[in-house]
Ligand binder design. Sequence first.
Ligand SMILES: [Zn+2]
Length: 199
Amino acid sequence: MGFSSLVRVLVYLIMPATSSNKPYRVGRSKTGLGLFATKPIKKGTRIVRYFGPILDSRIPAHDEIENKYLFELNGRWTIDGSVRKNLARYINHSCRPNAESDVRPRERKVFIRAIRNIEPGDEINYDYGTDYFKAYLKPIGCKCDSCEKKRKKLRAEARAETAKVKARKAKKAGAKTTATKKKKLNGKHFAGKAGRAKA
Ligand SMILES: [Zn+2]
């Protein structure tokens, strides 16, 4: 192998993590950073591997490691995804995601796979699971699009309900005035009649 081809091979070996033929890039999301599609990604495509050192819960030093990028494979094995090269760690949670984690405990590997067709510019996300949701997202309120939409809808419904109640109150108040007016008119009418009768 010539020197230049050796260099090319080395460059190829070094480059994959930053290579532009990957269909995603790290970008700004609502909650900080996120992973965004740069090319159309077909449903079913393996997008990126979630990788990092494998931790063994039976080793006390491993069991003590604590960070928000730990991906539990099963009771024993966990991937520590906090390493910089693990771009999959930028993928945010969504309750209505366009990707999923394909967990392979035996191989000790996790792949993020598209479960819908993803368009360039779309943020890639997957469901982190109920344990994570309950521990980290529920207390602060999930910021995913689906939950934001739900909250917006609830707010709109609450506003509509308030408006309805107001309208009902206004109608009642209006009905009262009409009733009072009617009484007065009746009173006048009677008074008129009485007056005429008197006359
Ligand atoms: Zn959500």
